[in-house]
Design a protein around this ligand. Structure first.
Ligand SMILES: CC/C=C\CC/C=C/CC(=O)SCCNC(=O)CCNC(=O)[C@H](O)C(C)(C)COP(=O)(O)OP(=O)(O)OC[C@H]1O[C@@H](n2cnc3c(N)ncnc32)[C@H](O)[C@@H]1OP(=O)(O)O
Length: 206
């Protein structure tokens, strides 16, 4: 499966920030549970996945890209990263663990604490993406080539290997779904967090 965008310059703008601003707890609860379930499904697919990142990919966009098996990004003008601290919020543990699995503890910690958005070249250098291509068509071709490797791999061997590799991160969320949700609901009701989100939303307005 290839995950890509039909938009001109945005792969995925991340989660809809307005869902976190002055949230209705019931609605936020459904929103966050859907996100947890969607991520669990994507991160544990029984078939190979590639993200063809053909535009900017902040926060939730980066999470979805990192959750695929391989990342091909169009360069040099787009950016990718977990920028939550720039919004004055924190990336949940399973977002952070997903990044650690891709680029390692040290690079992930620096990336997460600074909320850095990496250019395509920088992302390639730290291993956040696997390949950089100059345009969307060649990126799509590369992504397809990667998937073709699996014609010679046993689906069973593929799935077992991926399960072993991703198990700790997956199991943490399965075991802590309610705790994670309760934390998000409480966290998003903090006046400081709300103020930070208000300022960030204002900064996005042109
Ligand atoms: C314990 C912790 C609990 C919870 C953790 C919560 C985790 C959240 C993870 C997230 O994903 S937070 C979202 C982070 N996303 C961003 O920071 C992206 C911000 N947007 C941009 O940087 C840019 O919009 C863009 C590069 C994606 C696209 O740029 P451009 O094509 O120039 O579009 P505009 O900037 O003009 O945006 C159009 C329009 O859309 C609004 N908008 C953009 N992104 C979002 C978003 N993520 N959520 C809600 N709204 C968004 C933007 O304000 C514009 O609105 P207008 O009303 O001015 O049209």
């Amino acid at each position: 499966m290839i995950l890509t965008s039909g938009l001109q310059k945005v792969f995925c703008a991340g989660l809809d920030i307005t869902e976190f601003y002055n949230p209705n707890p019931d609605r936020l609860s459904k929103f966050w549970t859907t996100l947890q379930d969607t991520w669990l499904s994507l991160y544990t697919t029984s078939f190979p996945t590639v993200s063809v990142i053909n535009g900017h990919s902040p926060a939730g966009g980066c999470l979805f890209a990192m959750s695929c098996d391989y990342r091909v990004m169009v360069g040099p003008n787009y950016t990718i990263g977990l920028n939550e601290t720039k919004l004055g919020i924190v990336a949940p543990k399973w977002f952070q663990d997903t990044m650690v699995a891709v680029i390692g503890q040290r690079k992930a910690e620096v990336s997460l604490t600074t909320g850095k958005m990496y250019t395509t070249d920088e992302a390639l250098q730290i291993g956040l993406i696997d390949e950089s291509l100059p345009d969307a068509n060649s990126a799509l071709k590369k992504g397809t080539q990667f998937l073709n490797n699996f014609q010679k791999i046993s689906p069973w061997a593929y799935k077992m290997t991926k399960d072993i590799s991703r198990q700790p991160t997956v199991q943490w969320l399965i075991d802590n779904k309610q705790k994670d949700l309760d934390f998000v609901i409480k966290y998003m009701q903090s006046p400081t967090v709300q103020k930070n989100l208000e300022l960030y939303l204002q900064s996005l307005k042109k």
